[in-house]
Design a protein around this ligand. Structure first.
Ligand code: ADP
Length: 287
């Protein structure tokens, strides 16, 4: 009889705890949704005035182009241009995050060749690679030349985000290599750098939105001189896009060390579709 009473008491307590946990979960979900809504509204509100500033700055540049500007004045104009461009990228990223988080990302499926995407980026990143005296090697690997289906612009964005990070978090003179392999039904692209690496406990966190604002503040200036300058949205967006294609993205690294630079290896797995997904499949792939 005592045992029965004890069991009943435990059952009541467990039920109460699980109800409380459920409430906490619901509150967290609501908070996350509010955060997403705020990002969407803020991004749209910021975009209009920014477009105006950008337009006026371009007009000012044109109007002054016939005058003999001093280097200081040219620097000021370039400063406005670079600042607005940077802000535009952040706002576009915020809009992408809200699309991903609300399952509204729409993909324009068409034939894609992964090696073409990689070579477009090889050209695009030449300048910064040279400036940083790094080397970027892109291998043709089995499967990289096969036609697959995906959204080329979005996949370009994924590889751009991962490659620019590899450059950003690798010291001058370091190297970045892109290789891969073909698996049954999938292609795996492997992007390896000789950079500062990532602590094991941060390797999942970096795919969260605003990763660098989290409790670990991954690469705050106290932890590294490799300041990213971004708000920490790039990998969250990359993950959303890859998953919307039915793929996966993850990272491996022995750990973070600015002095020894153990490096990081990003893996991007994409399904080798031989034809565009039909409506049912597309719905299943939606993040
Ligand atoms: P951002 O670069 O704007 O901070 P990301 O979402 O692209 O945002 O990356 C999140 C965090 O992951 C970065 O702040 C950095 O700490 C870490 N990270 C990403 N790529 C690398 C890399 N190749 N090597 C080391 N750390 C990286």
């Amino acid at each position: 009889c005592f045992r029965r009473a004890f069991e009943m008491e435990m059952e009541i307590r467990i039920r109460a705890i699980s109800e409380q946990l459920q409430q906490v979960q619901q509150t967290l979900e609501k908070l996350d949704q509010s955060k997403s809504d705020f990002i969407a509204v803020a991004a749209h509100e910021l975009k209009t005035p920014l477009t105006l500033v950008d337009g006026y700055a371009a007009m000012l540049r044109d109007a002054l182009s016939t005058r003999n500007l001093s280097p200081y004045e040219i620097d000021l104009l370039n400063g406005i241009h670079n600042g607005t461009r940077r802000l535009k990228t952040i706002i576009d990223d915020m809009i992408d995050v809200s699309l991903i988080d609300n399952n509204l990302l729409s993909l324009n499926f068409q034939p894609v060749w992964i090696n073409r995407i990689l070579h477009v980026l090889e050209n695009e990143l030449q300048g910064v690679i040279k400036e940083r005296q790094q080397t970027l090697t892109i291998q043709d690997f089995p499967g990289s030349g096969e036609m697959t289906f995906g959204d080329p612009e979005r996949l370009l964005q994924v590889f751009r985000n991962v490659l620019t990070n590899a450059i950003k978090y690798t010291p001058d003179g370091g190297s970045i290599s892109v290789d891969g392999r073909k698996l049954p039904g999938f292609i795996e692209v492997i992007i390896k750098d000789t950079g500062i690496g990532i602590d094991p406990e941060d390797q999942l966190l970096i795919f969260d939105k605003f990763a660098r604002l989290g409790k670990t503040d991954l690469h705050s200036s106290s932890k590294t001189k490799f300041k990213g300058g971004g708000p920490g949205l790039g990998l969250h967006i990359a993950k959303g896009i890859v998953e919307a294609h039915g793929g996966a993205i993850w990272v491996e690294s022995p750990g973070f060390d600015e002095k020894t630079c153990p490096g990081s290896t990003f893996h991007i797995l994409l399904p080798l579709m031989t034809q565009p997904p039909d409506e049912k499949m597309a719905r299943l792939l939606a993040p």
